[in-house]
Ligand binder design. Structure first.
Ligand SMILES: NC(=O)c1ccc[n+]([C@@H]2O[C@H](COP(=O)([O-])OP(=O)(O)OC[C@H]3O[C@@H](n4cnc5c(N)ncnc54)[C@H](OP(=O)(O)O)[C@@H]3O)[C@@H](O)[C@H]2O)c1
Length: 240
């Protein structure tokens, strides 16, 4: 199994993690459809990633995501992968400082995941190697007062992905009437924080210990197609 020839949607692709993930997928032979809500940022993405198709879509709107899924499958064929990167970070001084604005921003990461996973679920389940992945946070295991809203949204996203994994299992290896080998997997990648070359260049004195380089994230995403779906499904993979 490999990602070569697979069609992979990178949802929220215009940050450095999306650029690195898209580059790694394309280098491994995948066809990437990169999605973002901001046209300028998508144009910048196009200038730095060769070979990806791009789509503008506000992933917080289910109708728009449903239309995106239809147009992608019409143009490229059935989707094999959904790498959901919309997330962001907001922190505050403690519990009483957790604002509604910050929660709205964090909750968007969860809403967009609900939308993309519902819109692409059937295609991923039908693929001979369907993969869905999110990038979660180590803080889900050790929540802090300052990151309460952020971590609550990530915990919700993790729970949702586990439910998607159960959906994949019930459709395949767990289907009592028509059991088929597990082909699809929903996975939570977990990190402390991301770092890229620009950050390291801007702060050469900083060690970035415990950070995950965006290129390592890209390789981990490519590796999802090398692993066994039954083992990968519902797994939580810490990245260093
Ligand atoms: N950075 C870290 O240190 C860190 C730590 C732990 C976990 N993570 C997780 O890792 C993932 C990637 O993080 P990141 O910092 O690289 O990226 P990010 O800031 O979370 O954003 C990723 C992308 O989401 C897109 N986006 C936001 N709202 C959208 C919407 N409504 N519709 C479509 N696209 C939307 C943005 O592009 P547009 O503006 O073009 O829409 C952006 O390219 C996230 O899930 C994040 O929570 C990151």
């Amino acid at each position: 199994m490999s990602v070569d020839g697979r069609i992979v949607v990178v949802a929220g692709a215009t940050s450095s993690s999306g650029v690195a993930t898209s580059r790694a997928l394309i280098a491994a032979g995948a066809r990437v459809v990169a999605v973002g809500s901001n046209v300028e940022r998508l144009h910048a993405f196009e200038r730095s990633v060769d070979g990806a198709a791009t789509r503008v879509c506000d992933l917080s709107k289910l109708a728009a995501v449903t239309e995106l899924a239809s147009s992608v499958s019409r143009e490229f064929g059935a989707v094999d992968g959904l790498i959901h990167l919309v997330g962001g970070w907001r922190g505050a001084a403690g519990i009483t400082a957790q604002s509604d604005d910050d929660w709205a921003a964090m909750e968007s990461g969860f809403t967009t995941l609900r939308n993309t996973s519902r819109a692409f679920f059937d295609s991923l389940a039908a693929s001979e190697a369907g993969r869905l992945a999110i990038v979660s946070s180590n803080s889900v295991e050790r929540p802090t007062a300052g990151g309460a809203s952020y971590t609550a949204a990530k915990a919700a996203a993790e729970s949702w992905v586990r439910s998607v994994a159960d959906g994949f299992r019930r459709a395949q290896s767990g289907n009592k009437t028509a059991s088929v080998p597990q082909r699809a997997a929903a996975v939570r990648l977990s990190i402390m924080a991301l770092v890229d070359d620009d950050m390291q260049r801007d702060n050469p004195e900083k060690s970035y210990a415990g950070f995950t380089h965006v290129d390592a994230l890209g390789q981990a995403v490519v590796g999802l197609w090398q692993g066994d779906a039954a083992e990968l499904n519902d797994s939580r993979i810490p990245l260093s």
